[in-house]
Write a protein that binds this ligand. Structure first.
Ligand code: GTP
Ligand code: MG
Ligand code: ZN
Length: 308
């Protein structure tokens, strides 16, 4: 029987079959997927085969894991060199960012965008808590909006509290599998709660997403969108550790750099101080934002330090 993983707590999984029936599932034996060494072999969004194990307890075993269309992977915050798959088989991902309480750094956003390009998951950046933005934050938002729109990313200004930007976000969800990520406290679960108000009744889970900042989301979990589509809430992350990336390929994941790479004099140009660098030239002419270049440079340095 086929099913999809809706929640993973480590050793136990919640899966749902085609008819919408939910089971507790565990993995049978040892699986190695996609040749990745990860802390979790199975992630939310994975497609699996299940067999009934104990009808009374509604428990099943997972006997097969299907190939992934894609996945988002990040470096385990605890163990370097280990990866953690956040979710699999995604159509898009939302980065929920805030300019106040807490403030998301541009470096964090850019790392997330690099990962989105690496794993071929189209990103949307949602700036939440717009109700809290004063002049300073509004100017910063306008500045970033200009930068990211020029690169080709979709930016939405939202306030869950004041119901701003919500209908636009709801439109984007239709018939898609969407991952929501971002720092802790930016309002991911609150957003989910306004998008799916009936969730409150359906999940009967009071501890996970009270939205009061007292309990934070601890496991990734997928929810069905009534009009079609699925949405995955994730625990907030402090940093976004990129994995499997070489210094040479990094600029391919900055879209405004990718389209200019062929114009660099050297084909192994890292765009630092090589002669005839098209990226530095484009920056001097204001075609590439300095802020984005700074992110590029900082990520490049961090790859250096890991000795890739
Ligand atoms: N002012 C304001 N507060 C908001 C808004 N959206 C969410 N909050 C508040 O921000 C706090 C954190 O919201 P959560 O939804 O729990 O944040 P989260 O991103 O799910 O956090 P983690 O589960 O820890 O990753 C709560 O107190 C929310 O009420 C908003 O648009 N404006
Ligand atoms: Mg949450
Ligand atoms: Zn260059």
């Amino acid at each position: 029987m086929k099913a999809i993983v809706y929640k993973s707590t480590g050793s136990w999984y919640t899966v749902k079959d085609d008819s919408g029936k939910v089971y507790n599932a565990r993995l049978k034996g040892v699986f190695k997927i996609d040749d990745i060494t990860s802390t979790n072999p199975l992630a939310v969004g994975d497609k699996v085969d299940i067999e009934m194990e104990n009808e009374a307890e509604n428990s099943v075993v997972i006997t097969k894991i299907y190939d992934r269309k894609n996945y988002i992977n990040r470096q385990s915050p605890r163990v370097k060199h280990q990866h953690h798959i956040i979710a699999a088989n995604l159509d898009q991902s939302f980065m929920v960012a805030t300019l106040r309480d807490p403030k998301t750094s541009q470096g964090f956003i850019d790392r997330f965008l690099v990962a989105s390009e690496m794993y071929h998951v189209p990103p949307v950046i949602i700036f939440n808590k717009a109700d809290l933005y004063k002049k300073k934050e509004t100017e910063l938002f306008n500045h970033w909006e200009e930068i990211y729109k020029a690169v080709g990313y979709k930016i939405i200004l939202a306030s869950v509290k004041e119901n701003r930007g919500i209908s636009e976000i709801r439109e984007l969800l239709k018939d898609k599998v969407t991952l929501i990520s971002g720092h802790s406290g930016v309002g991911k679960s609150s957003l989910l709660n306004v998008l799916l108000p009936e969730l409150n009744i359906r999940t009967q889970d009071v501890s996970d997403w009270s939205g009061k900042g007292m309990h934070t989301t601890t496991f990734a979990e997928m929810y069905d969108v009534p009009d079609g589509g699925k949405i995955i809430d994730t625990p907030g992350m402090r940093e976004f550790g990129l994995v499997d990336i070489s210094r040479q390929e990094l600029s391919h994941y900055f879209l405004e750099m990718r389209e200019r790479l062929n114009n660099c004099q050297f084909n192994n140009c890292l765009h630092i101080n090589e002669p005839g660098c098209a990226i530095k030239e484009a920056m001097a002419e204001g075609e590439i934002a300095e802020d984005r270049y700074v992110s590029y440079y900082n990520i490049l340095k961090s790859i250096n330090e890991q000795n890739y």
